[in-house]
Design a protein around this ligand. Structure first.
Ligand code: ADP
Ligand code: MG
Length: 465
């Protein structure tokens, strides 16, 4: 056996060992995309589909890979990563779909003329990967979506994308559909439907005695995209129908992608077996964009409309609106409409005045410290009065700090206001709480997850209030 064949054995064995050490999802997401490509003495070369993959794999798993190889071979290997884009047989003139990055140059992608030969039926032509700006908040989801578009029905089936309103779920769903459509040069049956329309169509098909047509439409899809599955709560018969649709498509290796405004485990009144199906493949989430990404998105949108909006106005919008991309866009639209009306560029002062209503709109404003206290207390199994009370045991102190931190993050309340709401505490206590949470977030990533979950629930409560 020559040297490199030996090494391939070690690589294959290492992957098998790793498969037992990481979750199935992790393995599918990160390891199935790595291929052994050769080796030299103590260096193993592998290929990965993108620099994103390479960086993520290095950061998350390089150590695991190296120690596993060492355990198996007794040798200290190095890994060399090469980027090879895996593609399906491309139709002529097909350009690789690229996603503009918030830190890169979104302009390049925007200036490229859109190809609109024959649009895919039911899909929005502008919702493409090219028009989707990637930042830390959505990178994982965007990469997964692109990987799916390249090889539908193979590795990540189904895929579930979840995230709050206006964060790009529908955009990504259509992007997958559009990319597959383009890839297959208009062949193939791509079916996009909202869960609501799916439900209504199903009901109508029963009334009109045409369930066979309904079934054949969905069970013959090559790619099925269902938006907003949280709508299926309590719709028992539709859930049942979708369950069978799912099984038929899954067995036929047809790609399914679903979106939801919350994790599936938080969708109430949905059968367990359907929940299991939704989460059988890959689940990815979308978060609100950070400042840089928000700025990149708005600059791109302004450019697309051929309007110049100054950096300071864009920064103002992004500082003030942190909820989601839809709200950001709405604020930009308002500014642009005004600029067109007065026929000149909008100054910072005018923007401030124009956006005043927007900032105090109910959507941004319905959240009170009171709601935050209720949701946080509930999450930690405490009562709101305990959160506001004097007790300083760890069980209470940490949730209290979280609640104070969130109050500062998502309401307009000052440190003093927040202190008053928490049993008349001093503003320095609030400041200290925020610092504590900030520093804990740096060392413990789960804190950030908890905060995001809490904020989502708070916004839901707020929108019901
Ligand atoms: P959701 O379905 O999650 O409620 P949408 O997909 O409808 O959100 O997105 C709301 C708006 O924001 C759409 O106009 C969409 O194009 C835009 N949008 C969201 N995320 C991005 C992004 N990363 N880059 C560019 N536009 C985005
Ligand atoms: Mg949507």
């Amino acid at each position: 056996m020559t040297d490199w064949q030996d090494n391939q054995v070690f690589w294959d064995e290492a992957l098998k060992t790793i498969q037992n050490h990481v979750s199935e999802q992790e393995f599918v997401m990160w390891f199935q995309q790595i291929s052994y490509s050769g080796s030299e003495q103590d260096t193993i070369s592998v290929t990965v589909p993108s620099s994103f993959y390479r960086d993520q794999v290095k950061q998350r798993y390089l150590e695991l890979i190296l120690t596993t190889l060492k355990e198996l071979s007794g040798r200290a290997f190095q890994i060399e990563f090469d980027i090879v884009r895996t593609e399906m047989t491309p139709p002529p003139q097909r350009a690789e779909p690229t996603i503009p990055d918030a830190h890169g140059a979104p302009e390049a992608a925007v200036n490229r003329p859109p190809r609109r030969a024959v649009p895919a039926p039911g899909l929005i032509v502008d919702y493409t990967f090219q028009n989707f700006i990637v930042g830390d908040n959505n990178r994982f989801a965007a990469n997964a979506a692109m990987a799916i578009a390249r090889n539908p029905g193979t590795t990540y089936n189904p895929c579930l994308i979840y995230g709050g309103v206006g964060l790009g779920k529908t955009h990504l769903l259509h992007s997958i559909g559009n990319a597959v459509w383009e890839d297959r040069a208009g062949e193939g049956k791509i079916v996009y439907v909202t869960a609501e329309d799916f439900t209504n169509e199903f009901i109508r098909s029963i009334q009109e005695n045409k369930t066979h047509m309904f079934k054949s439409k969905y069970r013959n899809a090559d790619v099925l995209l269902i938006d907003d599955i949280h709508f299926l709560q309590k719709k028992n018969e539709t859930q049942e129908e979708l369950f069978h649709t799912f099984n038929a498509l899954f067995d036929a290796k047809k790609q399914m992608i679903f979106t939801s405004d919350r994790p599936v485990s938080e969708i109430k009144d949905i059968t367990e077996r359907l929940q299991n199906r939704f989460t059988r493949g890959l689940t990815v989430d979308l978060q609100p964009p950070q400042m840089e990404t928000a700025v990149a998105i708005l600059k791109t949108k302004a450019e697309k409309r051929g309007v110049h909006v100054s950096d300071e106005v864009i920064n103002l919008i992004c500082q003030k609106i942190t909820t989601n991309v839809r709200d950001l866009e709405a604020a930009l639209t308002k500014i642009i409409a005004y600029a067109e009306l007065v026929n000149k560029e909008v100054s910072l002062e005018v923007a401030q005045r124009q956006l005043k209503d927007f900032f105090s709109s109910p959507m941004q404003n319905n959240i009170t410290v009171d709601i935050i206290q209720r949701v946080v207390a509930d999450y930690f199994n405490l009562s709101p009065s305990e959160l506001k009370g004097k007790k300083r045991t760890r069980q209470v102190a940490f949730p209290r700090q979280m609640a104070m931190y969130i109050s500062r993050e998502i309401t307009e309340a000052s440190m003093t206001d927040v202190g008053l709401e928490f049993g008349g505490r001093d503003h320095t206590t609030v400041m200290h709480a925020c610092q504590r949470i900030n520093s804990r977030m740096r060392t413990d990533p789960t804190i950030e997850d908890i905060i995001q979950t809490l904020i989502r629930r708070i916004r839901e409560e707020g929108s019901r209030a």
